[in-house]
Design a protein around this ligand. Sequence first.
Ligand SMILES: [Zn+2]
Ligand SMILES: [Zn+2]
Length: 888
Amino acid sequence: MSDTWAGRGESPMAKSFDPKGVEEKWATFWSDHDLFHADVRSTKPPFVMVIPPPNITGRLHVGHGLNNALQDILARWKRMSGHDVLWIPGSDHASIATHVMIERQLESEGLTRQQLGREAFLERAWAWKQRFGSEIVHQLRQLGASCDWSRERFTMDSGLSHAVREVFVRLYEEGLIYRGRYLINWCPRCRTAVSDLEVVHKETEGRLYTIRYPLEGRGEIRVATTRPETILGDAAVAVHPDDPRYKAMVGRTVLLPVLGRAIPIVADAYVDPAFGTGAVKVTPAHDPKDFDAGKRLGLEPIVVMDEGARMTAAAGPYAGLDRFACRSALLERLEKDGLLVGSEAHRHAVGHCQRCDTVVEPMISLQWFVKMAPLAAPALAAVEQGRIELIPDQWRKTYNEWLGNIRDWCISRQLWWGHRIPAWYCDRCNVTLVARKDPEACAKCAGPLRQDPDILDTWFSSGLWAFSTMGWPEKTADLARYYPTHVLVTGYDIVFFWVARMVMLSLKFMGEVPFRKVFFNGLVRDEHGEKISKTKGNVIDLFDLLDRYGADAVRFTYAALTTPGSDVALAPGRLEGSRNFANKMWNVVRFSLPHLQARTSAVPPSQGLTTADRWILSRSSVVAGEVSRALESYRFDEAADAIYHFAWHEVCDWYIEIIKIRLSSGRDDLAEPARATLAHVLDRLLKMLHPFMPFLTEELWQALPRVAAKGPVNSLSVASFPVQEPQYEDPVATRAIGMLMEVVTLRRNLQAGLRGVTGPVQTLVAPFTPEAREALESLREELRVLTRSSDVRIVATLDGDVTAVRGVTADAEVALPLAKLDVEAERQRLRGEIERAAGELAGHDAKLSNDSFLTRAKPDAVDKVKRAHRELTDRIAKLKTTLAQLEG
Ligand SMILES: [Zn+2]
Ligand SMILES: [Zn+2]
């Protein structure tokens, strides 16, 4: 043969798999050889993904682990399947989250960010980014991520900042970005506006207070509120126009409690007559519905709280008090004045800041907004028309509902870390200038300009991620070749924050969808299915897992647990199972290595193949098809299961056991076809497993002798992914081995019941059909070896007189004939065993009929006895069957 051998097959493998040394080695090898670099000049079809950029605020967590493991499985599989893969890595500046971290740091130094100042604060933030941003790259590599590191981006790098600026200016020029005074959500701790999505509504046990408002002249009207402190900002009392109770009062004047301010009673259909007393206070500056009503009714908003949620001068005697202190003080005063009618418990949703958990205050404020309706319509159409597929499909409904009812997006934040709003104001001429280049002076009066101090919502820049990362607004080669991307793998918790906005902004600026598909991975939960949270104390540290189980085992577990539409419960048992699987793969290659090194040529398996060889070759073809189809439809679980079952149960448990005798026969004519088959199957198995367990498989593949690679670099990561090989598919061999497995399993069970019989026994097999007869006849030697029988006889029927234990599979009857002497000894043994088991069972019976045991013992202990009871009953039944056969 002219094929030359490559690989380092000569050095012996370590006894067991040590992930640490192996991971480091191959991560470095892949990056040194630049194997994950996408090439714009490549003639291969591209496959493109952008990473959901992790925040620079800290280490990756188990959710990132899942998300990136799944992306990497796709990237490696596509790369091995002949694609020019581009997986763009990067990180997000995470404005508010970074603020919270740095402000916490400042707090411990007794400082506020205002005391520190904007410049010094930004210096700290950049230092933070330098430190944690590079850590993220390191962590992704540790997980095995095969990103194109040469294209790493950061949402605040100069290119992406340029894109943000361009998008802002264009939207402003088109009237899709505007500035105005509207009611927004305000976090008094972060001291910034936040968008509707950044408010977490929590069901809270509050109180609904009923308060008497005196009318001018005589009489009163009662209103109900959960936030009494906002009374001070009331501009009117409103009733439903058709409410007979209040019809006569409309137009009269109310004197506001405590402040005595005169406000009108107005009629508006937004009032729900069934809520509270049917009369509501109208506070346009501090309630979203009242803000709209106030506009309709021409009411002037009265701001009673400042940016720290302290009462303003408009709150009269309460000026300077915190909002909640004001609430108590005001209630006390109302009580004293006889204006508090009463209160009742009231469950309602209270908005909290997503980042710092402070109660958010609705506030009227001058902010920047994006008009969403014109952007939402094309985004709805893209999914409706199938130009973007959401997987699983259930997310389509959520997506449609949100986009169908979307409100304008408040994008300005009163923070420092982020993209500064490119708007300048001339106080002299009262003009606003939004510009691509920083202006020097007012175009009108040449006077000084003041830049807007605010920054943009973080999600504004991540919304551009699919195209800004490829160099937009420049017309780059990357954009031409790689946009749109193929699939976005992301958590469903950011479907609005990120996915929908990316669709809207990409359609607007690229005129094309950002991705063809979105795969929503589940949330990672603990082994009991509970959400992971610091307060619950059930946090699972990703790097702890990587340390304990190795990256390959963790990745494989993620894949095996990823069923579309469900969350991932990370149980230690599953991780251990994956680690055992990694060790099993190590051991099978270690066992095979000397045999493969003994090969006399590198020809693929052909001559002298046995049924077992033909079966495993057939299976290695079928399974490759199953794995590809499963990955094609994002069934990571099915792909992992198919490989696991093939590798462990078929290759290791059966095939290797079957060929051991040929491998050690010392005869090349018998051994060589087995070696060739084993080499072929292991090569394909390692390739199939590579996307899931990249480090382990690269290590093992490199250890195997094989034909020198054609490419410049020998690496499994760029080898070809196995396809189906129809020439090897063999249903006859597959069916025959199926019969063999059943007969062997039955035969083993029969012998297991006969513990008195130790030595090799003859096996009699009576096939039911000519087909079964032929198959089993051809596998007689395999049957003998696998059942450790003295001899296997294929017979027409079993002689009824034969003293034997017997059983039936779908294709044959199987019997173990026993010598007379053995039979009597065995009967005795079985009777003894049944007696002992029955005695034990009686003990369990007694416990289970004892009420005081059942009520006092721990549930675990009771379960244990019940389980033992079931097992014993089972065992006794089996022993009795065997005994009956011997007595028959
Ligand atoms: Zn906050
Ligand atoms: Zn001017």
